[in-house]
Design a binder for this molecule. Sequence first.
Ligand code: SAM
Length: 243
Amino acid sequence: MSDTVSFGYQEIAADEKTARVGTVFTSVARSYDIMNDAMSAGMHRVWKDRFVKRVKPREGESILDMAGGTGDIAFRLAASGAAVTVADINPDMLAVGIDRAAKRGIDGLVWTEANAESLTYPDRFFDAYTIAFGIRNVTDIPVALREAHRVLKRGGRFFCLEFSTTLWPGFADIYDAYSHHLVPQIGKIVARDEDSYRYLIESIRRFPDMPTFEAMIGAAGFVQTRVEPMLGGLVAIHSGWKI
Ligand code: SAM
C-alpha cells in the first residue's frame, strides 16, 4: 500500500485514515439508520434484501458480517437460522445495533469489535463472509480481502455490497448532482453533520470501478468472481468463492 490513501477527495497518510473514518462513524452512529432512508428514499432496504437473497444463508451455517454496523445485514441473515457474527471496528455503531436487536427481539447474534484488516479468527472458520457498504472505508482493502479469504472455509462464499459507478450516462449526471449537493444538505438537516456525509459521498467516487474491484477480489485468492450491478452499477454485489 502507498504511504497516502484517499479520505474522500483528500489524500492523507495511511495511518491517519482508520482514525478519521472512526470519527465519521462515531459522529453518524445515532442518525445512521434514519439517514440511510432519507438519502436513498428507502432504496437501501431493497439493495440489502437482494444482497442477502444472493448470499442464500442457511440454517446452522456460520456467517461473518464484517463492517456490520447497526445490524441491517445481520438481522436479515439471522432470519434464516444462520449463526451470525457482526464485526465492526466502531463500538458506537455496534452499540446502536445491539439496541436495535434488543428492541426487535433478535437474539443469538454475536457482536464484536474488529478491524477487517486484522481478524483474530482462525483460518477456515466461516461458511460465508459479507460486507455491505463497508469495504470502501477500510484503509488497506487488499489486506482486508486477504483476511476475508483466510477466515473462510474451503467452499466458503464472499459477498460485498458497495456503491460503485453507474454506467447509465444520464443517470450518472443526475446522481452526481444529487449526491454532491443534496446529500450533505440532508446530512446537515437530519443528522446535523454535513462533513461526515460529504466524506461518505466522496468516498464512493474514489472507490474502484466494478472490473477493478472484481480483479482485486480475484487477487485475494477468490475464484468464480462475479459482479451484479444494480441501477447500472450505482450499487453492485461482488462475490467470489474460496476453493
Ligand atoms: N454494513 C452496515 C450497513 O450496510 O448498514 C454498515 C455500513 S456503514 C456505511 C460502514 C461500516 O464500516 C461502519 O460501521 C464502520 O465502522 C465500518 N468500518 C469502517 N472501517 C472498518 C474496518 N477497517 N474494519 C471493520 N469495520 C469498519
